[in-house]
Design a protein around this ligand. Structure first.
Ligand code: GCB
Length: 615
């Protein structure tokens, strides 16, 4: 009986660990060489670099292929492409904000950088790691293709075959295409700017032949935080995965502050870990305690800082560490002001999150795609809860199984990267997807996938609301599967004026925590007029006042918070009111120059009040 049980357990664990892909996580704590900096580029709207004049795909050694970097020896030699410092831009960074001519460009750009082989030990391999490239990329080294990747907001890596790496002057070329297609994730229609390029860090990871590739160390999701605190006995569990199977390997887990120093034997490529801890100082927005942790395999240390907390739903309650949690949220795009470009650095993250703190928020919805890793790491240390989302946005091709695979891949990459961040409390599998049978199946599959990849967090999506016989009612079939009922409502902007909130009724079929994942109205900073005047700061202020009154007086008792749309005005090709928008969605509480609109202070006041109620 005992043996059977352990076989069963083993099977379960193996499945749970297996589904993680080949991503190397925690790149920042690995031995690495940065490839950030100036890269040369060629803009190639006709894809001449990939197809010849008969539109045939070019052969690997075709000198006209842009993955081959021309070397001219004789005067009679000739080329029609080349990489030059005359055409260079910064990586990480989007091309739209860096090169005036590429401001509105969507298409193919080739990036090039040369580098020397870093010094490595005999026992080490070199991996090429990209934080993100939007959208499709093919990577070539010294004329050979290393691989390709789709998905603009998640990391990926390739092993560089040792024989391909020269001692000096290695030619790295990345073909990038950010065209939008109906069968991609996101699809052709988004209310944000489709920034192209190598938008996040690029580095060479120098890793031993065998190394720790991924891990998950968290409190057991079934922990009853209140009784664990009483008994001072915490159960930490998770798994560690190596890049390949080994026999009789040993992995040491050290958390010095908790006096944890435990060795785990690994046979195969992964091992489950579990241990008890005492005197645990739980992570929360008020107390963002992170524990330095060290994972050692064959003498190589991989360090991280991990916070421990529980996040659970109990009936209609949302509980953090066993206590009621109210989300004082705000939405954010990955666009930094005043430069108005893709954000990528820790400096960008700290800047954006400092406004979040000033608002007295305790939660950020990273809309509508995974932001760079600095953001979640900064949130971990600042005590800001994170809603992490994949760009399954609006009407995508739900009936197409290939599209589901693309969404699943992005979900997997997001979870693999962020699963050790205490700040991340929820995985969101999409936003405002229209109810249909195909969609329900597609989205509920993603919810199930997220839950099996990570059973320690909640899963949701912005659901559909029906405005029916005077009641705003949530009975979206996806609500059966999500842990909380999240919805976007713009009562007072789309549909009516803000006083419409006074008579609105709300209901939900699902007895689950009720969360407003978006609400907002547009205002142009500095446009002051009477409150009925659309786009005035006064209108937006009025909108927030009415909304907040509605939350306080008319919302169901399972209301657990709100993340209004949005902290900063952001670029969108869909917003073309010539007087007020000029290519910006103006629902920000702050404009692109950092000016706070009147509504900022209304929301801030509400959040201060709520904060006081926090025990
Ligand atoms: C929404 C979308 C968000 C839009 C926003 C708006 O519901 O989720 O991406 O930008 O509305 O401003 O209309």
């Amino acid at each position: 009986m005992r043996i059977k049980l352990s076989i069963l357990l083993c099977l379960f664990t193996i499945n749970y660990i297996k589904a993680q892909g080949n991503l190397i996580v925690n790149s920042e704590s690995r031995k690495s060489v940065s490839l950030n900096g100036a890269w040369n580029y060629i803009v190639d709207p006709y894809e001449t670099g990939a197809y010849d004049y008969r539109l045939k795909e070019r052969k690997e050694n075709d000198p006209g292929a842009y993955w081959n970097v021309p070397v001219l020896e004789k005067k009679s030699d000739w080329t029609e492409h080349g990489y030059s410092g005359l055409y260079s831009m910064q990586v990480p960074g989007d091309w739209n904000s860096q090169v005036e001519a590429l401001k509105f460009y969507e298409g193919t750009v080739w990036y090039h950088k040369s580098f020397d082989k870093p010094s490595i030990n005999e026992n080490e391999d070199v991996y090429l790691y990209f934080g993100a490239v939007n959208y499709k990329s093919s990577i070539y080294l010294n004329g050979k293709k290393l691989g390709s990747h789709k998905g603009g907001f998640t990391p990926f890596n390739f092993k560089i075959p040792a024989e391909l790496l020269k001692n000096t002057n290695n030619q790295l070329v990345v073909m990038i295409n950010n065209k939008r297609f109906i069968d991609e994730i996101p699809t052709t229609n988004t209310d944000w700017w489709n920034y192209g390029g190598i938008t996040r860090d690029v580095k060479l990871l120098l890793l031993p032949k065998q190394f720790i590739q991924q891990y998950h160390i968290q409190l057991d999701e079934k922990t009853d935080a209140l009784s664990a605190k009483k008994s001072n006995n915490w159960q930490v569990k998770g798994w560690i995965k190596l890049n390949e199977a080994v026999t009789d390997g040993k992995i040491l887990v050290e958390i010095p502050e908790l006096k944890v120093n435990k060795e785990f034997k690994v046979n195969g490529d992964s091992v489950s870990v579990a241990f008890n801890a005492k005197n645990l100082n739980l992570w929360s927005p008020k107390n963002p305690k992170l524990y330095p942790i060290n994972l050692r395999y064959k003498g190589v240390d991989l360090t991280d800082k991990i916070g421990f907390r529980t996040i659970q739903v109990e009936g209609e309650k949302l509980l953090l560490n066993g206590k009621d949690l109210f989300l004082r949220g705000i939405c954010l795009h990955e666009e930094v002001i005043p430069e108005v470009r893709r954000a990528h650095s820790m400096k960008d993250a700290s800047k954006m999150l400092s406004y979040v703190k000033e608002l007295h928020s305790n939660m950020v919805r990273l809309s509508h795609y995974p932001h760079n890793e600095n953001m979640v790491r900064a949130a971990d240390s600042l005590g800001i809860l994170i809603w992490d989302e994949i760009p399954v946005y609006w009407t995508i091709d739900f009936g197409n199984p290939e599209v589901l695979k693309k969404a699943q891949q992005q979900l997997k990459e997001m979870i693999a990267r962020d699963r050790n961040r205490a700040s991340v409390f929820i995985w969101s599998v999409g936003n405002e997807t229209p109810v249909s049978e195909n969609r329900n199946l597609f989205m509920s599959t993603l919810v199930k996938n997220a839950k099996s990849l990570d059973p320690t967090r909640l899963v949701s999506a912005a659901l559909e609301v029906r405005y029916n016989s005077g009641v705003n009612y949530v009975d979206d079939p996806l609500g059966e599967f999500t842990d909380i009922v999240s919805l976007n409502e713009y009562l007072g902007w789309y549909g009516s004026t803000p006083d419409g909130c006074r008579t609105a009724e709300w209901g939900s079929k699902y007895k689950k925590p009720f969360f407003i994942s978006e609400t907002g109205a547009e205002a142009k900073f500095g446009f002051n007029d009477e409150k009925e005047s659309r786009f005035s700061e006064e209108y937006q202020e009025w909108f927030y006042k009415e909304q907040i009154d509605m939350f306080k007086n008319k919302f169901p008792k399972n209301y657990v918070g709100v993340s209004p749309w949005i902290l900063f005005d952001f670029k969108s090709p869909k917003r073309n009111n010539p007087e007020y928008q000029n290519g910006f969605n103006r629902k920000g509480l702050i404009d692109e120059y950092g000016n706070k609109k009147k509504a900022f202070y209304i929301l801030q006041e509400y959040y201060k009040e709520q904060e006081k109620k926090d025990t």
